[in-house]
Design a protein around this ligand. Structure first.
Ligand code: NOJ
Length: 741
């Protein structure tokens, strides 16, 4: 472009802005009246919108990398950003930039519709909590709600309105890297943690709480059954029976919708022949017609266009039509709605009413989030925005409660600082802040995250010598260990696992063995150390037989987050007793997968049907988790051992801390329905509660049983049924029979 034409273009763009500005001011905007009901405001605005303006609302653009034409930063700087777009993703580097972009939407477009800014805040934005699989192991809903509230507050301070969390996909296959992002293999547990996350992000009463400046919109993902990917391969086909869909995969979404989640994300997977991003049955019949969800669905990244790869749509235009008609309201990244919807309407291939419905849903949520009434975020002084002390304390407590102690031979743990002069600290994760944080770490700063080495050196600067050696990498075969240095130490702490990346999106593995020389490392360490404490940094189950054999104590620390190192020290040295329990089974070998606890029974008993060459038992089963004390369960009682539909009974159990250390105990209540119209899992969690039980104290845990909720299940049409007959209730080693009449 020559200099003159550049100048002309510049003048023209200024004029266009001025005109838009004048128009924007000239148009009466009755929908801005806060006193009108949400629906009325939506209706008034929709009436004014042109088809183009409507279609832009259905479009989400991404910041992308620097060279990407979609780069919001570049657009913003060159003022070429199109403020008509309904949403931006990753436009979150600063609240100032977000407000400036928002100003363009409010002041330079005809109708002044605010943009919704979204970003993946999966387990924190700056203050990072443990990975969700670790959060589930904490069995502490309050802490998860509080940590999610931190995430919401920090997100608002960075200029965000919306996050793509929680992920409530049930996963049975540890080869699937994204098992890390959910709460494990149980639908009840996943439902409760999904709900707690929604409460933390949005508040308990979304209509009242969502416009608050410390709350953001949640997004339940990935709708639905994405975690069932064949062979654990990401983005792949999922063969899911209707029965499993209704009983395993849908319930956590239903719980999240009931908790008020304002959005859902469709998924990448082809669900038994109909890809989820174009699945009318799940998106419209179930979610909207049966459950009454009134928010919007955003596609996953490019999942509309991927309908072509999946062999479901012939071209981009058909993909857009199929996805929108099924109920996917907003297209993430691909601009496929922008390119095609207008033409589809003109050619009478798409009813404009379908577009209107999607626009309504998006506007409704923008009103609910308070974006029309207060489109800008408050700008806090830089030093006050993130990393508040109290938020770090929540992350630390959650990490402490998430750790799962798998082995503790001869009471190796807790360590007694006064008896220790030297610690050998070994392993690739011992001085690695990135692994501490794990995948999806928002905008966390690794240099503000102490590693275990940093934290040990700081806390014990005066009294314990720390001898650190990396020993080997995570993946490379490069064992390099000075074993003489181990002999000097009173205890060797080994930090092994997977570096943050492998447990996340597009990180499926064919095996779940520890990579590189890590197994060799532990064997060498064991030969030369007095005592070995192994810490496992992972967010997927791994094969641990070698580690188990060569450790005196073994604890899963997941990716524990910003305060992970301090939390580890508190647990290792007994300030806090470990109280986490596994919500995903750890198999012995990958060949045992699927080996989730809630499988169905085998036709033959007596071991028939088992593998000839391997055990059928996992190495660590669902619910495993030791403490520094022991708990005795006794006196399981029922208020009545018969119950009918519409009645409730209460079960109580006494839990005694028989040791000398105060500790928390998560009590997990299971049921088994031995004979049912449609066969049921061998065992199912129906309730859990975690409490502190002081040394030598006995306390009562109770479970109020509503037979429909606890014994009911779905048939293949999604109808909730309740069989008459016997149910077995189990808690710890206690069992009772309940007759459902
Ligand atoms: C793709 C992932 O599947 C999804 O979970 C995430 O929210 C989006 N990308 C946006 O980053």
């Amino acid at each position: 472009m020559g200099i003159l034409s550049k100048k002309t273009a510049f003048v023209a763009s200024i004029l266009a802005c001025l005109i838009a500005n004048l128009e924007a001011k000239a148009i009466p905007k009755p929908w801005l009246n806060k006193n009108l009901p949400e629906e009325k405001r939506v209706e008034l605005l929709l009436k004014e919108m042109t088809l183009e303006e409507k279609i832009y609302q259905l479009n989400q653009l991404v910041k992308g990398s620097d060279k990407n034409e979609n780069n919001v930063n570049m657009w913003y700087k060159s003022q070429k950003i199109n403020p008509l777009n309904g949403s931006y993703l990753y436009a979150s580097q600063s609240p100032e930039m977000r407000n400036a972009i928002q100003k363009m939407a409010i002041e330079q477009t005809r109708l002044g519709i605010p943009i919704i800014f979204g970003y993946d805040v999966i387990h924190g934005l700056k203050v990072i909590s443990p990975m969700p699989l670790g959060q589930g192991a904490s069995f502490n809903l309050d802490l998860v709600e509080q940590a999610s509230a931190t995430a919401a507050k920090e997100s608002q301070r960075m200029g965000l309105d919306w996050t793509f969390a929680p992920m409530v996909d049930i996963a049975f296959d540890p080869r699937w890297g994204r098992i890390a992002e959910g709460y494990g293999e149980d639908p009840y547990i996943t439902s409760r943690f999904g709900e707690a996350t929604v409460y933390g992000l949005q508040g308990r009463n979304p209509l009242k709480d969502l416009p608050r400046p410390d709350k953001i919109g949640a997004c339940l993902k990935h709708f639905v059954a994405y975690g069932a990917s064949e062979g654990g391969r990401d983005y792949n086909f999922t063969a899911v029976t209707r029965n499993d869909l209704f009983n395993f995969y849908l319930p956590p979404f239903k719980a999240g919708v009931d908790a008020g989640a304002v959005t859902l994300m469709s998924a990448f997977n082809d669900l038994s022949g109909v890809p989820t991003s174009a699945n009318y049955f799940t998106e419209t019949e179930i979610l909207r017609n049966q459950w009454g969800f009134d928010g919007f669905i955003v596609s996953d990244w490019g999942s509309v266009v991927q309908l072509i790869n999946q062999g479901y749509a012939k071209n981009r235009s058909q993909a857009a039509k199929l996805a929108l008609e099924a109920g996917t309201d907003m297209d993430m990244v691909d601009k496929v709605y922008i390119e095609n919807l207008e033409k589809l309407v003109q050619n009478n291939e798409l009813d404009v009413k379908v577009i209107d419905e999607s626009v309504k849903r998006i506007l409704r949520i923008k009103f609910r989030l308070g974006l029309f009434d207060n489109p800008y975020v408050k700008i806090y002084p830089k030093e006050e925005r993130y990393y508040a002390k109290e938020d770090l304390a929540i992350a630390r407590k959650l990490a402490e409660e998430s750790f799962v102690l798998l082995e503790n031979n001869n009471n190796t743990l807790p360590l007694k600082a006064k008896n220790i002069k030297t610690i050998a600290l070994i392993g690739p994760a011992a001085d690695d802040a990135v692994t501490m944080l794990g995948p999806w770490r928002g905008h966390a700063e690794p240099n503000k995250t102490p590693t275990l080495k940093d934290a040990l050196e700081k806390q014990f600067a005066d009294n314990i010598k720390i001898i650190y050696q990396k020993g080997c990498d995570y993946k490379k075969r490069n064992l390099n260990l000075d074993t003489e240095k181990l002999a000097e130490a009173d205890v060797t702490i080994v930090c092994i696992g997977e570096n943050g990346k492998p447990s996340s999106e597009n990180n499926s593995r064919s095996g779940i063995y520890l990579e590189g020389d890590q197994n060799k490392l532990i064997q060498e360490v064991k030969k030369h150390s007095k005592k070995v404490v192994s810490l496992l940094f992972t967010a997927r189950p791994l094969e641990l037989e070698t580690i188990k054999k060569n450790s005196d104590a073994l604890m899963v620390t997941w990716y524990p987050g910003s305060e992970g190192a301090n939390a580890i020290i508190n647990v290792l040295f007994g300030k806090v007793a470990p109280s986490g329990k596994l919500t995903a089974t750890f198999p012995r070998y990958v060949g045992q997968v699927p080996i989730h606890y809630n499988r169905r029974n085998c036709a033959r008993t007596g071991g028939q049907g088992n593998y000839r060459d391997a055990s059928t038992k996992p190495l660590y089963s669902f619910g495993t988790g030791k403490s520094y004390t022991t708990f005795k369960y006794s006196n399981l009682k029922l208020s009545n051992n018969e119950v009918s539909k519409g009645e409730k009974i209460t079960a109580t159990v006494t839990v005694t801390n028989t040791g000398n250390i105060d500790a928390k105990e998560a009590v997990i209540w299971y049921i088994t329905d031995p004979y049912a119209t449609i066969t049921r899992p061998r065992k199912e969690v129906k309730f859990f509660e975690k409490k502190l039980v002081k040394a030598q104290e006995s306390i009562t845990y109770s479970f109020e049983i509503d037979p429909i909720k606890s014994f009911g299940y779905y048939d293949d049409n999604g109808k909730l049924i309740l069989d008459k007959g016997e149910i077995i209730l189990q808690v710890g080693n206690q069992k009772a029979k309940i007759m459902c009449k």
